[in-house]
Design a protein around this ligand. Structure first.
Ligand code: AMP
Ligand code: ZN
Length: 114
């Protein structure tokens, strides 16, 4: 999708601090971090929101979670804990309409979230 900022990051048309790349997904540092570790894990393929995920995407979505967990281990936050979250539509504060898992960690987090 040509106007999508995350598709542009996938295509390397705009810069990002990419920390993981594979056939299905990439991960990069969030530009406005909300925790000491704040990384976004996204599919290469454009999917707008969680509402557009289909049965054909099940392996892909599982892969996003696995990549997020592996990065949490690499960054040393796995044992203490971390959060993997996908915001959907306005009430959740979704701002970029290309699905992404937020990996947040490095500090204690509140529940319920604000
Ligand atoms: P959400 O509100 O769940 O859609 O999250 C979008 C996230 O993307 C926010 O945490 C932003 O800080 C982040 N973001 C937006 N543009 C960029 C960018 N060019 N590079 C890295 N992160 C970005
Ligand atoms: Zn996109």
């Amino acid at each position: 999708m040509t106007e999508c900022i995350f598709c542009k990051i996938v295509a390397k048309k705009i810069p990002a601090r990419i920390i993981h790349e594979d056939d299905l997904a990439i991960a990069f540092e969030d530009i406005n971090p909300q925790a000491p570790i704040h990384i976004l894990i996204i599919p290469r393929r454009h999917i707008s929101t969680a509402l557009e995920i289909t049965q054909a995407d099940h392996a892909l979505i599982g892969h996003l979670f696995q990549v997020g967990a592996e990065i949490a281990q690499t960054r040393g936050i796995a044992e203490k804990g971390f959060r993997l979250v996908m915001n959907t539509n306005a009430d959740a504060g979704q701002a970029v309409f290309h699905i992404h898992l937020h990996l947040l960690g490095g500090r204690a987090m509140h529940w319920p979230p604000g």
